[in-house]
Write a protein that binds this ligand. Structure first.
Ligand SMILES: Cc1cc2nc3c(=O)[nH]c(=O)nc-3n(C[C@H](O)[C@H](O)[C@H](O)COP(=O)(O)OP(=O)(O)OC[C@H]3O[C@@H](n4cnc5c(N)ncnc54)[C@H](O)[C@@H]3O)c2cc1C
Length: 258
């Protein structure tokens, strides 16, 4: 599962509507999804696996679809329909799960750990739940052998190794591998091959279940966050009592009484 996201260095917000101006924003493939695709391609390198890239997004996600084919995917499907617009994570997961189900039998679904634009990390686990399959999250290393996936999971206090029978969904950590490059030859082949665009009918979902109508959450308002005033001051040890007094008077620090 691969999502096209706005390049976080070049996000343009419409000052009137406060919405993201997608036509002025450069779009790129979500970086953790490049790692997810690479993890899938490494299994394809060692087995007879077939890798299909699935995305939900507007038509401009075409560039991401071609890029994934040029990196080595066998097939690319973009679930794209005006009814899918405005989806929160619930219908996003539902739409991707329905698309994957409509493709047919699968062994492993790879997703990134999260996206750089909304970064909820909901979608991978949501898809696993909709499909009723096991999930392995935050994987840094993924191996497949004889119907089992063995993965290393990075946790706060160490690494956990889990072995799970397929079918399974794995969310892959950002920078957990080095994504292979697209060659010019492969890019030309990818453009020739093209990708498939599926609407809600083809995905098998009713318009009221997807997009903004199928979303339990609604964004009512967005407002810019005011940058807090920052300052730096260098004091020697003797100056600390005066600094504390000054910060107290400015309300930066408070004294708690028992
Ligand atoms: C202005 C704004 C307001 C929003 N408000 C809400 C809100 O109120 N409630 C809410 O739930 N969400 C909200 N969202 C988030 C929006 O719904 C998400 O863009 C979308 O649901 C995907 O979630 P995510 O980007 O957090 O994905 P994550 O869960 O962080 O993604 C994890 C992985 O899932 C896969 N994935 C995710 N999305 C896709 C996709 N479209 N196609 C293919 N693979 C995918 C990728 O592999 C990705 O690495 C808002 C977004 C914006 C920009």
């Amino acid at each position: 599962m691969v999502k096209q996201v706005p390049d976080s260095q070049e996000v343009v917000i419409d000052p009137v509507t406060m919405n993201l101006n997608r036509s002025l924003t450069r779009n790129v493939t979500n970086r953790a999804d490049e790692n997810a695709l690479e993890a899938a391609l490494q299994i394809k390198d060692r087995t007879d696996a077939h890798v299909t890239v699935v995305s939900m997004g507007p038509p401009q996600a075409e560039t991401t679809m071609i890029e994934c084919l040029a990196r080595g995917a066998d097939r690319a499907i973009l679930a794209s329909d005006r009814f899918f617009g405005g989806a929160d994570t619930y219908p996003t997961g539902l739409t991707l799960a329905a698309t994957i189900k409509a493709i047919g039998k699968f062994d492993i679904i790879f997703a990134g750990e999260e996206t750089s634009d909304s970064s909820t990390g909901h979608v991978g686990p949501g898809v696993a739940e909709f499909l009723g399959i096991d999930q392995i999250t935050y994987a840094s290393k993924v191996e497949y052998k004889d119907g089992f996936v063995t993965a290393e999971r990075e946790l706060e206090d160490g690494t956990e190794v889990v072995k799970v029978p397929t079918p399974v969904l794995v969310t892959v950590l950002l920078n957990s591998n080095v994504p292979r490059r697209q060659t010019l030859r492969r890019k030309i082949d990818a453009i020739r091959q093209g990708f498939e665009s599926w609407d809600h009918d083809k995905v098998g979902l009713q318009p009221e279940w997807v997009g903004v109508r199928g979303s339990p959450t609604i964004v009512r308002k967005m407002r810019p966050i005011k940058e807090k005033e920052r300052a730096a001051k260098k004091v020697d040890i003797a100056g600390i009592p005066d600094l504390v007094k000054e910060l107290y008077q400015k309300g930066v620090i408070k004294v708690e009484s028992d």
